[in-house]
Design a protein around this ligand. Structure first.
Ligand code: GDP
Ligand code: MG
Length: 247
């Protein structure tokens, strides 16, 4: 048996070190191809992408989503493609927790991926990494990506649901709109909804996106700090994921 197949076997038996090693190997084409071939047709859980500019609160929101999912006994993995702020369990779950549960909770797995040069929003072979996580037994995979253009369409292909985060009075929505990317989202959330202008922004974007005859894009509000709208956002994402055909 090849090393890669041996690793896969260990992954399926719940070996986290094997998973970690395989994720690293998956960056190389040969290993990626072998994993891809062995895992073809395997069952998978839901993949949700969280996209938005740096500082919009993606990691904070993901931290709250993890807490929500763990309360429901769902196992969740996060792949973060953010060159600016590498993700750690501590960063996700806040410094109020001294020993990060993400490090000790076997139902949570977090991996930061460096997106090398070129400003690409995602790394190569991300599809294989997702399959490896599902082979291990995670119920959900969350992708954190900085919406930087090109990569977004790739992320959209990999994810069942793409959530775009904006924050009140950031002027961000204009930038997204100009790039024609507001519409690639399945859900838009005005994050940090505790800040002034959140409701106005929500209605403005909703009016702008949901013109007659167009695909309906829900526009919601979330606040990681206040833990508001988190469970609702996840339920909405799941309901949209179900309605989407995916291979
Ligand atoms: N006002 C407010 N700030 C928040 C909220 N959630 C996160 N932040 C802050 O926004 C900043 C960026 O958060 P982070 O999650 O790292 O953003 P990311 O770069 O998109 O991953 C941090 O200083 C957070 O404390 C919120 O609900 N309200
Ligand atoms: Mg982040």
């Amino acid at each position: 048996m090849s090393n890669n197949l041996e690793l896969l076997k260990r992954i399926k038996s719940g070996d986290r070190h094997a998973l970690s090693r395989a994720l690293t190997l998956a960056a190389q084409r040969e290993s990626a191809d072998e994993f891809r071939e062995s895992l073809a047709g395997a069952s998978r859980g839901v993949v949700v992408a969280i996209t938005g500019s740096g500082g919009v609160g993606k990691s904070s929101l993901i931290g709250k989503l993890i807490e929500h999912l763990r309360r429901g006994d769902q196992r969740v993995a996060v792949l973060a493609c953010d060159p600016q702020s590498p993700l750690t369990g501590g960063a996700l779950l806040g410094d109020r927790i001294r020993m990060s549960p993400a490090e000790v909770d076997p139902g949570v797995f977090i991996r930061s991926l460096s997106t090398a040069a070129g400003g690409q929003a995602i790394v190569p072979n991300l599809d294989v990494m997702i399959e490896l996580l599902f082979a291990f037994g995670f119920d959900a995979v969350i992708l954190e990506t900085v919406g930087a253009g090109q990569g977004d369409t790739a992320v959209r292909d990999l994810a069942d649901v793409l959530i775009l985060l904006l924050q009140p009075e950031s002027g961000d929505e204009l930038q997204w709109e100009k790039a024609g990317l507001l519409e690639v989202a399945d859900i838009v959330s005005v994050n940090k909804s505790d800040l002034p202008g959140a409701e106005a922004m929500q209605s403005q974007i909703a009016a702008q996106l949901n013109l007659p005859g167009c695909r309906e894009i829900p526009v919601v509000r979330t606040s990681p700090s206040r833990n508001e709208g988190i469970a609702e956002l996840w339920e909405l994402a799941l309901s949209l994921a179900k309605g989407k055909p995916h291979g």
